[in-house]
Ligand binder design. Structure first.
Ligand SMILES: Cc1ncc(COP(=O)(O)O)c(C=O)c1O
Length: 397
């Protein structure tokens, strides 16, 4: 079937919840994604920060194949599962956290964290109030949506989970002023992604840690997008030197096989006990094999590569900002999670790059987001930046 016919059928048979570009992606190699008509795209999106090893990584495919060949794709959590234990051990080692709970997505990882926080609050004074940030994004399920501080995602779905307040990101006073005797948790992305690639300041995260210690609250870091090596350390909070009680992960954790995780430490360990929470597919064998492979590859050399490429991309984007001051006002982000703050909607720029077979994303208000596979090289960055430069030059005429 031709690509155009598939797209027509897609519109007929699938719920229309996505704004989609008119190609059907079907395979890839390295940084290049292929569509059904054989076109090749340089991909700086990685399936929205998921495909960290790009496409066709042989070790990754072998790891998945190996588990499939054993004949058991899924094992219920009513039995023990070797892969789950292995990944939990590796994750806690690289993160400094202590226990893991596995699920299937970022939203679910945040649901687990919110349930943990509510239970912690219940047994420490009956507290239920949760503080989240404006412009945050934590997912689309009711709990995670309730803590997503953006009206546009919430407006059609009230009533949401109760007793959630939204503070201003990077403004400690706005958080401390709404902490009350009912507050049990603060949830925050150390680097806001969907909200427009906005990194937290160190003093802000440290201030949240201090507030949580002072008032015996649970500090949750949502690293669903910014974690798993994307910013040059296994977890982003490690660069800040501020440790949460709970961290949530998904997206790149298994490189594309659906998987999410909640990691806990100290007072957050063992709050959820037998019967409190579960997920049929949590710790799925294929997801665990994929994740185990990814964690083995995330060594110092790989993370140094991410840091180098992040700095290189940042430098190239900064040069574009200097060249097109009427279009670009700021370059932001960390590692390979970078954003260009544009003065107007970048929708046309993203579409024109797409027409030139270069895939990039939008975020927040007028931001172009770059979350490429972490295997990116200087050469890939030069190629992508040259295309973007050409598009910006056409736009500024
Ligand atoms: C920071 C953050 N948290 C949570 C989510 C939700 O993840 P999922 O789409 O896997 O439910 C996302 C997705 O973009 C995210 O960026």
């Amino acid at each position: 079937m031709k690509q155009s016919e598939l797209i027509e059928n897609n519109d007929k048979y699938l719920a229309q919840t996505y704004n989609q570009l008119p190609i059907v992606l079907d395979g890839g190699k390295g940084m290049i994604a292929y569509d059904l008509d054989g076109n090749e795209y340089l991909d700086f999106t990685a399936g929205i920060a998921v495909n960290i090893f790009g496409y066709g990584d042989e070790g990754y495919i072998d790891a998945i194949e190996k588990v499939l060949k054993k004949g058991m794709v899924h094992c219920s959590n009513i039995y023990y599962n070797k892969g789950e234990l292995e990944v939990a051990e590796k994750l806690t080692k690289i993160s400094g956290m202590e226990q893991a709970f596995f699920c299937n997505s970022g939203a679910e990882a945040n649901e687990a964290a919110l349930k943990l926080a509510r239970k912690y609050g219940k047994f420490s004074g009956g507290r239920t109030h949760v503080i989240s940030m404006k412009d945050s994004f934590h997912g689309r399920t009711f709990g995670s949506l309730s803590t997503t501080g953006q009206k546009k995602y919430q407006k059609n779905f009230y009533p949401l989970m109760g007793n959630v307040s939204y503070a201003t990101f990077n403004d400690l006073e706005s958080v401390s002023s709404i902490v009350n005797e009912e507050t049990c948790a603060i949830i925050v992305e150390p680097l806001q992604g969907e909200g427009g690639i906005v990194p937290a300041e160190k003093e802000f995260l440290q201030g949240l840690r201090d507030l949580c210690d002072e008032h015996d609250m649970i500090l949750i870091f949502d690293e669903v997008q910014c974690g798993m090596g994307r910013c040059g350390t296994p977890l982003l909070y490690q660069t800040y030197g501020v440790t949460p009680d709970v961290v949530t992960l998904a997206k790149a954790i298994a490189g594309g096989i659906p998987c999410g995780a909640m990691l806990t430490k100290g007072k957050a360990n063992s709050i959820l006990v037998k019967g409190d929470h579960a997920s049929t597919f949590g710790g799925n064998m294929v997801a665990m094999a994929a994740s185990s492979y990814i964690l083995d590859k995330m060594d110092e050399k790989f993370l140094n590569h991410v840091k180098h490429e992040g700095e290189y991309l940042f430098e190239k984007l900064s040069k574009l900002k200097d060249k097109y001051p009427a279009l670009i006002s700021e370059v932001r982000g960390k590692g390979l999670m970078l954003g260009l703050q544009m003065n107007e909607s970048p929708a046309d720029i993203i579409k024109k790059c797409f027409d030139k077979k270069f895939l990039i994303l939008g975020a927040g208000t007028n931001v172009i987001r770059f979350v490429p596979p972490l295997i990116i090289t200087d050469g890939d960055i030069d190629t992508g930046i040259a295309i973007l430069d050409q598009v910006l030059s056409e736009m500024s005429k």
